[in-house]
Write a protein that binds this ligand. Structure first.
Ligand code: SF4
Ligand code: SF4
Length: 284
């Protein structure tokens, strides 16, 4: 079962939820993998003592244009949907802007002169760490300057295939990285906070997961902060709330020290135990 922990905005507590569910399952001896899909800024690993098992590069092919063969016809430019090829016909200049290239290969098909070959570039890394004999963390990390973290996210999720339970710590927002993460999930927990910002971004993410026809529920973090807007909207939309975590300075302090809240606060652990059981019940 793949459970995605997602949110329409950053800073709502996705990693807090993902790491605590992982901790609970890991303590129970389940075969579980936590995949940190926030490839621009992964940090789930920081909460555990880990040992690195492997690291692999995520490779993409990008075109290389031989300007001695090129006739500067511009066909490759027309085929490239990502504006990744720069051409000045009169000055006989053609360049591939590698950071914009999506590696789709369309320019190779376009060029009838055989002026285009390919080379491999790294988009980032996927690292695997063991926490204990049954539980592992997979961390995707994109290369600074790469156009998107999506290939790294896909490679990270693929690496978790042999695990019975996979927790996906989704990147923030509702753009491609979020969509690619939640689209591979069997169940989605959307984390929000009871503020107007939280409500706005929750509405966006709910719209997407409903379009995908994925089962989901909502976790309200920092309950007690803000207003009743999120609660009223969830009630109107008949969306279930799986758990509430209070707005509490102690919890924030524990989390900011890089500690698992469930490991030091039995009341919070109890909440995460119940949350984990309720999600797994859907699966089993
Ligand atoms: S591989 Fe695709 S994205 Fe890259 S330059 Fe060629 S057409 Fe553009
Ligand atoms: S299609 Fe081929 S020949 Fe034409 S501009 Fe592109 S690389 Fe040059």
């Amino acid at each position: 079962m793949r459970i995605a922990i997602a949110s329409g905005k950053g800073g709502t507590g996705k990693t807090l939820v993902a790491t605590n569910i992982f901790y609970i399952l890991s303590e129970r001896g389940e075969k579980v993998t936590l995949v940190d899909c926030d490839a621009e800024e992964p940090n789930s690993k920081a909460f555990f003592n880990t040992k690195e098992i492997s690291e692999s590069q995520v490779i993409q092919k990008v075109p290389v244009i031989d300007s001695d063969i090129c006739t500067f016809c511009g066909k490759c430019v027309d085929y490239c949907s990502y504006n990744a090829i720069f051409l000045l016909h009169d000055r006989r200049i053609v360049r591939v802007m590698e950071d914009l290239c999506h590696g789709c290969g369309a320019c190779l098909v376009a060029c009838k002169m055989g002026a285009i070959s390919e080379k491999e570039v790294s988009l980032g890394t996927v690292s695997k760490y063991s926490v204990n004999s049954e539980s592992t963390i997979i961390e995707g990390k994109m290369r600074v300057g790469a156009y998107t973290p999506v290939p790294v996210i896909k490679a990270s999720i693929k690496k978790s295939n042999n695990s019975e339970i996979v927790i996906l710590d989704s990147p923030p927002g509702t753009s491609c990285p979020f969509i690619h993460t939640v689209s591979s999930a069997d169940y989605i927990l959307l984390v929000t906070e009871p503020t107007p910002f939280g409500l706005n971004d929750l509405k966006l993410s709910v719209e997407i997961v409903r379009d995908m026809r994925k089962p989901f529920s909502v976790i309200i973090n920092r309950a007690g902060l803000g207003d009743r807007g999120v609660y009223n909207w969830l009630e109107t939309e008949k969306i279930p709330v799986s758990m509430e975590l209070p707005f509490n300075r102690d919890l924030a302090a524990i989390y900011s020290k890089g500690e698992i809240v469930s490991a030091v606060r039995p009341d919070v652990k109890n909440k995460f135990e119940m949350l984990t059981d309720s999600v797994l019940t859907i699966w089993k």
